[in-house]
Design a protein around this ligand. Structure first.
Ligand SMILES: O=P(O)(O)OC[C@H]1O[C@](O)(CO)[C@@H](O)[C@@H]1O
Length: 414
């Protein structure tokens, strides 16, 4: 068996005598029973296969392929994609050192990403048959968008329309942060904290620096790397409207996934669904929707779907074109837990490792808006960490804590 490097959700990582950060930062694997990473592979993935199976009237080929994936995930070793798959070569390169290992012994980030690729393969998403291009998560995304919770959230915008601009800005920023808690993947298994029941805690809040980077009228371009569709993307779009309307940004590029990923991650189709939902809403929400619709038409808001966003790699290994794009932005705002893992590295960093150190490689200023849904975290103050550890709660993984972290200074030479 490979070295065990995962840590359990409540094992006090980050407490006790502080090791030198670099020494403690091993790649997170999933082979420690009881660890969060282990529970994702052992519990969430089987539950997700069942949900997808139940959501579509798939034929025997899909059921057989889903059975095989379930078996491989639970008991098998990682195998490469079939040579006929369009991205066979790419994944062969990415997975060279992991093929033949148990899924639980591969890096957690890699294994989870490959699982989604294999799930899409099993449903025929990349095939030549009738299920080609059918998003297996679409029914969940649509149901969420239709839900009455969205109506209530949109109605609340009417009350915000007349409050002072800085108060509105803070409220919209927080809505975007906490929107990350409304993640369909998060609710796949029983026992997860339900969105809306947790304390609204920010374990780190660099928002003053974010606003400093975006003074009104300075002609900024902002890159927003989206996370989930539906109840997360709606507040993200509303924040984008605010940035454009109050001229914190002249232009915004919204980066989405090129194919379905991590259950509810946003693709172009989801942006369109959210914009339609907004445009049809009454009151302020409808006005926001119309402004965003126009911004798309004039190019002030642009959507991109770079293949790297579905790669099993940290941002440190981003390709040159994306690096150049982020370097040209005034600030890049990354949403959500997975983007955070990819940004700082999915390793057992000590929680007080400076955020600026872990993101020094990033081209240009970078901000994260994230609720904590996996073990990795950096940039906490010691007193915050101590209080969280004392709480006895599963604060790293339950989605009850959130972060706004920003590195403002420019990264390495372009
Ligand atoms: O949608 P988000 O915020 O990126 O969260 C994704 C997270 O959900 C999980 O897939 C399961 O909780 C984590 O492993 C992952 O980091």
């Amino acid at each position: 068996m490979a070295e065990k490097t995962a840590h359990s959700t409540d094992d006090g990582v980050g407490s006790g005598p502080r090791p030198a950060p670099e020494q403690s930062a091993q790649v997170t694997l999933s082979n420690e029973p009881g660890s969060f990473a282990w529970s994702v592979l052992a519990e969430r993935h089987p539950a997700l296969i069942q949900q997808v199976r139940d959501a579509f009237p798939y034929g025997p080929d899909q059921h057989e392929a889903l059975d095989a994936l379930l078996d491989a995930n639970n008991n098998g070793v990682i195998e490469p994609l079939a040579p006929s798959e369009p991205d066979h070569e790419q994944w062969s390169a990415w997975g060279r050192e992991f093929f033949g290992r148990s899924w639980f012994d591969a890096p957690f980030l890699w294994a989870e990403s490959y699982f989604y690729r294999r799930l899409l393969g099993a449903t025929g998403y990349f095939g030549t048959g009738p299920w080609r291009g059918v998003d297996p998560f679409a029914p969940f995304k649509r149901a969420e968008l239709r839900g009455t919770a969205v109506d209530e959230e949109l109605r609340a915008l009417d009350a915000l329309a007349d409050v002072p601009a800085d108060e509105r800005a803070t409220a919209l920023l927080h809505a975007s942060v906490w929107g990350n808690r409304a993640d369909l993947g998060f609710r796949v298994t029983k026992g997860d904290a339900a969105p809306g029941t947790a304390a609204d805690d920010l374990a780190a809040d660099d928002s003053p620096l974010l606003w400093q980077l975006l003074p009104a009228g300075a002609g900024a371009t902002v890159a927003v790397v989206a996370d989930n569709a539906g109840r997360e993307l709606i507040p993200d779009l509303i924040l984008i409207d605010h940035l454009l309307r109050d001229r914190h940004a002249e232009r915004i590029v919204l980066h989405v996934k090129p194919y379905p990923y991590y259950v509810s991650d946003a693709m172009t189709a989801d942006v369109a669904d959210c914009l339609r939902r907004l445009v049809k809403a009454p009151g302020e929400a409808g006005r926001i929707g119309s402004r965003l619709w126009d911004a798309m038409a004039t190019g002030r808001l642009e959507v991109r779907a770079h293949p790297f966003f579905c790669a099993p790699l940290p941002y440190e290994e981003m390709p040159g074109d994306l690096r150049a794009e982020f370097a040209a932005a005034t600030v890049t705002i990354l949403k959500g837990d997975l983007n955070y893992r990819r940004l700082v590295g999915d390793r057992t960093w000590h929680a007080t490792t400076p955020f600026a150190d872990r993101t020094a490689y990033f081209p240009g200023a970078v901000a994260v808006l994230r609720t904590l849904k996996s073990d990795v975290v950096v940039g906490l103050e010691q007193k915050t960490l101590d209080a969280l550890e004392r709480s006895g709660a599963a604060w790293r993984t339950s989605g009850t804590q959130a972060l706004i972290q920003v590195r403002g200074e420019t990264g390495p030479p372009r």
